[in-house]
Design a protein around this ligand. Structure first.
Ligand SMILES: [Mg+2]
Length: 212
């Protein structure tokens, strides 16, 4: 692989830089708790109802990622103070700081996330200084991580797709789609179940593929 052309490394956020803990707490603890209080039902019962509603929408639709939509839909208070209250649940994978520091010396680093800015504000709180730009497909372009999203990101950065490397944990949104555009993509599979040179089992391994 020739890295001479590469100008930018782009990272997914949830499952890539941060563990699912924060999001899980918001979707499956905070929202059910508020919903349960509103309707006078147990947290467990509320969680079942809320979960069933999420599943009706599914991860191929924008609403799935839109915390404001869900607060509105369930008729509960505004998300901002709730998200703030759960900030201590934000947890970075252990290798993240080292990787960003090392790769940041050679490349510009950006974020390409399907999470909304309301989430990213908290999710990136300890790492945002490493990134020259943060792209949220839903908040900036009202779409999932489609080909159009990646293309617009390239245009905004003033580079062509072959000058970007992207890494993330979702096979569809972080690997198949950017690759179709000519972005060199790596699928981060932390369980190590996916064979092939385009898959890595940690960001450490990702870094080794690039620099060793
Ligand atoms: Mg992800």
């Amino acid at each position: 692989m020739s890295l001479n052309d590469i100008k930018i490394i782009s990272f997914d956020v949830e499952g890539t830089l941060v563990t699912p803990d924060f999001s899980y707490a918001v979707w499956f603890e905070a929202i059910p708790k508020l919903y349960g209080q509103k309707h006078g039902i147990s947290c467990e019962k509320a969680r079942q109802i809320v979960k069933a509603e999420y599943e009706k929408v599914g991860d191929q639709r924008l609403e799935w990622y839109d915390v404001g939509y869900w607060f509105n839909y369930f008729g509960i208070s505004s998300p901002a103070p709730i998200l703030k209250g759960y900030e201590n649940k934000v947890c970075y994978y252990p290798e993240v700081f080292d990787i960003l520091k090392v790769l940041g010396q050679k490349f510009k680093l950006v974020v390409a996330s399907g999470s909304s800015r309301e989430f990213l504000r908290h999710l990136l709180k300890d790492v945002e200084t490493y990134f020259t730009k943060v792209f949220s497909s839903i908040s900036d372009y009202q779409q999932l991580k489609t080909k159009d999203f990646y293309l617009r990101m390239c245009q905004d950065l003033g580079v062509s797709p072959h000058q970007i490397i992207h890494v993330g944990d979702n096979r569809q949104f972080d690997f198949d789609i950017p690759q179709q555009l000519g972005i060199l993509a790596f699928h981060l599979d932390r369980n190590g179940q996916t064979p092939g040179t385009e898959s890595v089992n940690s960001l450490k391994q990702f870094q080794s593929r690039l620099l060793d």
